[in-house]
Design a protein around this ligand. Sequence first.
Ligand code: MTE
Length: 327
Amino acid sequence: MLIKRKKTWERPEREVTPEEIYLKRRDFVKMMGVAGVGAGLLTNGIDIFDLFGKKDDEKLIKIPETPTSHLYPAKKNAKYTVDRKITDELVAARYNNFYEFSSFKSVWKHVDEMEVRPWQVEVGGLVERPRVYDIDELVREMPLEERLYRFRCVEAWAMTVPWTGFPMSALIKKVSPLSSAKYIRMRTFHNKKWALQQKLRFWLPWPYEEGLTMEEAMNELTFLATGIYGHELPKQHGAPVRLVVPWKYGFKNIKSIVRIDFVEDEPKTFWNTLVPDEYDFTANVNPEVPHPRWSQATERIIDTDERVPTIKYNGYGEFVARMYGKR
Ligand code: MTE
């Protein structure tokens, strides 16, 4: 049987990400050195991993029952709302970035092996009360609420999504950071059994890590999400807990967190380590500062394909601009 796979240049723009192009270039260089044979498959843009993934007609959004499922939907917090239409849930669930599983947008096809229970989040470093939280313990202890936020990816697409979760400041207060703590560093799982890309692209700087200054982490907008659209997070959105910082580019919004450390120095991050001149630590949304390879002046809404002007700090200046002086 002949299976026709679409090449990169046959796929619509929305299916091809700048990072994907970057990674393929990098794979080419690496594989020429490491393996030689096989480089063609990756560099031709053939989605060979989709061959092993789910089919399009299989269920897109799967929410397994957990000990805390009954806490959703949580009460809406009317302070955090947006003058944009909520993005169609089905569009948001099939258009994800989660490089541990795929460098294509069809992440949902590759997440079945992942297990979100049992799950622990270890909180430590420069704190008085380090603690290992079982995820259900964490969810029960925190004040769950729903917030509608804009979300802006560095690739210049945008969505508007209702997240359920709790302010990061509530967790920070529980562990009492020492005065020497200047940053927090967050880490995703590293599991080659679940995440094919962690196995195949073993040279990338796994596990995915991100960081914030303490002031950013304590900002009222900084949110740890355990749910979306009124239920728990599906795996492709970063179950069971992920960061949401809506004034920053999407890559800061680290998914499936297993560890949070309070540290003295600015932490290394996944994208900044890979491509330091393209992805900086601060990464605030700014229409006036183009990415080295494309403009950030406008953004594309993923479910309507409308192109609209980008807003500085993604529209959250009143909450965050004071942290950055004139920047
Ligand atoms: N977190 C991890 N662990 N791995 C990733 O590849 N991608 C980031 C961010 N968090 C990523 C991640 C990027 S580039 C974006 S745009 C957002 O997740 C996408 O979030 P969404 O798929 O829920 O829309």
